[in-house]
Design a protein around this ligand. Sequence first.
Ligand SMILES: [Ca+2]
Length: 227
Amino acid sequence: MTLRRLAVSAIALGAAGILALAPTALAGTQLWDFEDGSDKGWDAPNGDWQMNGGVYQEVSGAEAAMHSVVGEVDWDDYVINAKVRIDDAGQWAGIAFRVQSDFEYYIYYLNSTNNKSELWMHTDGGFDARQNLADIPAVGDVLIENDTFHEVQVVVAGDTFELWVDGELQSEDVDNTYSTGKIGVWAWSSTASFDDVMVTGANIVDTLAVDAGDKVATVWGLMKAAR
Ligand SMILES: [Ca+2]
């Protein structure tokens, strides 16, 4: 336990504008940079997921709603930061949250063909069972393009969600169907790459302290890059 670690957690929540969540001091952060070639804790119900060169990738581009998830089903409010890249001729990739099962979760994903993002709620009945909740044309200077890592931030607080891309708020949306769940990376009929997946929340066990040195530096770098 260090003051630095607490500061990092507080900044993550503060940057998201949800400092009112209490108690901030107990919030924890978990980070996956995939540098050690380990995907310990991740579980992929579909798709072909591999680690290559320090990034986590879906390499088949073959199925609908391919995803790999991590975390705990009782996680409720949190902030997710991740680098998301749609590879080659892919079109759709993003970050899943409030993941309850293989089929039930929310997904904010980037759509490079149309320079927009989309929010969907996946429902029981199959990998492609879903409802559209929001269609989000890119806001500000954001250009969603392939073969480029985009900084994606998803803020999940109660029934309200925010999507930030490359430091710009894209959308705020409301739904109260799923109140808790894991987080995940996701691609639809697209190859895609993910890196530096980080989650901070009030009821998330902090694992950064285990090897605090370079991880804390990485988090600070992410914070600066995202803002
Ligand atoms: Ca990495």
